[in-house]
Design a protein around this ligand. Structure first.
Ligand SMILES: Cc1cc2nc3c(=O)[nH]c(=O)nc-3n(C[C@H](O)[C@H](O)[C@H](O)COP(=O)(O)OP(=O)(O)OC[C@H]3O[C@@H](n4cnc5c(N)ncnc54)[C@H](O)[C@@H]3O)c2cc1C
Length: 456
């Protein structure tokens, strides 16, 4: 049991806040994005700086407290919090410094991707990330990071130049290609297993505006559209990106009123090439089908990044399952056609392309082991109503059970719930033993274990 004196001493040491169950902000502070996760930490250290992180890591180790680390709190399995332990909440650590000349950005561990996009867009630069701007930089980057710019510039980790991190013994280290290279390798996909990353250094790319929008077809055409999509997209230049989705049309002006509430299949595009070539790039898309609706708009990149944020506010019930997919077989397509009717308006299935520049990096260069897969698939059951928990979870599991035999074996580590050690090992494949060896070196007692755990 942690003594009152020890807690008071930690509180006195922090520039940030130490929140306990008696604190009026405790309920707000313990909440994470997925409302299915309802945990009661003993303490939440809302760190203001690196010194606070060091003090908190030392406190957890010395007092044998379970330790969770939170950046954006978006993790589906709730790995940004824990019961009865200490949560290091990085959300106050939002420092960002763009170096426009070097085309890089230094980002503190509590930033969301919206924070980063806002800062870099002012210079006409962007870092590849995900598709929702409220997602934390920490969790997304440490797992890999796939999104609208993946085909062109690779995963988020392929733009990671280095990081500062606090290890289990409380020491601060800088990692990069020439410094602590093993740790630099491990954090590019190995999750939060190795320490608290207090800041990331990313390479930036020249992206200002993009031409983006959805094309949708009736759900009965799912099999035809998927057969077309699996051939079409990989043959396109890397500037062309489009994730396939099965979903219900939301009641927003982007779609005609007549389609609102219809279950459909579609592709959400992001073309980041020269404007004058966009018309030709989209010509085959408009011709296929023909679609029920096709619209593209020229948007500032941060506007696309935050486009779907209002549809997915914090506090909904989330249940998801992922798989990497090498080839979309006819059998897999038949299962999508069978199971892809979403049970609630926000539930969806996405196939994120991970070909193009993602394939340029050899599989062993980072722990992200599915460099030859073409897609990262996720089935997501979502609803605001807690009474629909079982409905969305059951649909997700049933759909996943049908698709999993057609996948590549593992899943993107950031699309996993609590699915057991076998699934974690299947995700890292040949990289797993190297990750274990590094973990033994820096965290032999597994202080950092509230994650998809690499067991020392
Ligand atoms: C709406 C939504 C959309 C998404 N879209 C995408 C997408 O387009 N592409 C994609 O790749 N993923 C996507 N994801 C998945 C996302 O990458 C994961 O949920 C990820 O874990 C979220 O990161 P976070 O920092 O917000 O999470 P948190 O819950 O804060 O943390 C997740 C895990 O990372 C660890 N961690 C976080 N920060 C640090 C740090 N600084 N140091 C050490 N460990 C840390 C935590 O300990 C925990 O284990 C999406 C998720 C949601 C909910």
């Amino acid at each position: 049991m942690t003594s009152k004196e020890a807690i008071a001493a930690l509180r006195a040491q922090l520039r940030g806040e130490l929140i306990d169950p008696e604190h009026p902000g405790y309920d707000e502070a313990r909440r994470v994005y997925n409302a299915m996760i309802d945990r009661y930490p003993r303490l939440i250290a809302r760190c203001a700086n690196v010194a606070d992180v060091i003090a908190s890591v030392n406190f957890a180790r010395e007092n044998e407290l379970l330790l969770a680390v939170r950046s954006g709190g978006h993790n589906g399995g709730g790995l940004g919090t824990c019961d009865n332990g200490l949560v290091i909440d990085l959300s106050r650590m939002k420092g960002i410094r763009v170096d426009a000349t070097a085309r890089s950005v230094r980002v503190e561990g509590g930033c969301t991707w919206g924070d980063v996009d806002h800062a870099t867009h002012a210079f006409g630069l962007a870092c590849p990330s995900g598709i929702i701007s409220t997602t934390g930089v920490g969790g997304l980057s440490l797992g890999g990071g796939t999104g609208y710019l993946s085909r062109r510039f690779g995963l988020t980790i392929d733009s990671l130049l280095g990081a500062d991190m606090v290890l289990a013994d409380g020491s601060l280290v800088t990692v990069g290609p020439d410094e602590n290279a093993d740790l630099y390798w491990a954090i590019r996909g190995g999750g939060g297993n190795f320490g608290v990353v207090t800041s990331f250094l990313f390479r930036l790319h020249p992206v200002k505006t993009v031409i983006a929008g959805p094309t949708v077809w009736p759900i009965e055409r799912t099999a035809d559209v998927l057969r077309w999509y699996r051939e079409f997209l990989p043959a396109q230049p890397r500037e062309m990106y489009g994730f396939f989705t099965l979903f219900e049309i939301p009641p927003i002006p982007l779609f005609p009123d007549a389609l609102h509430g219809n279950k459909m299949c579609g592709v959400v595009w992001c073309y980041s090439g020269p404007r004058e070539k966009a018309e030709a790039a989209f010509a085959p898309v408009r011709a296929f089908g023909p679609p029920a609706h096709h619209v593209t708009l020229e948007l500032p990149y941060p506007a696309l990044q935050s486009f779907f944020d209002p549809l997915y506010p914090t506090g909904h019930q989330w249940y998801w399952r992922g798989d990497f997919v090498d080839e979309l077989s006819d059998q897999a397509i038949a299962q999508h056609a069978l199971h892809g009717q979403v049970p609630t308006p926000q539930s969806t299935m996405h196939l994120y392309p991970i070909d193009g520049a993602v394939h340029d990096v050899p599989p062993g260069d980072t722990p992200f082991s599915y460099r030859k897969s073409k897609w990262s698939q996720v089935i997501v059951g979502v609803d605001p109503d807690p009474a629909k928990k079982a409905l969305v979870a059951d649909w997700c599991k049933r759909y996943h059970d049908a698709l999993h035999p057609h996948g590549a074996g593992g899943a993107y580590v950031n699309f996993m719930m609590d699915e057991g050690q076998e699934r974690v090992q299947a995700t890292y494949r040949d990289s797993y033993q190297r990750l274990v060896a590094i973990k033994r070196n820096v965290d032999p007692d597994n202080l950092f274990r509230v994650n998809q755990n690499i067991r020392p």
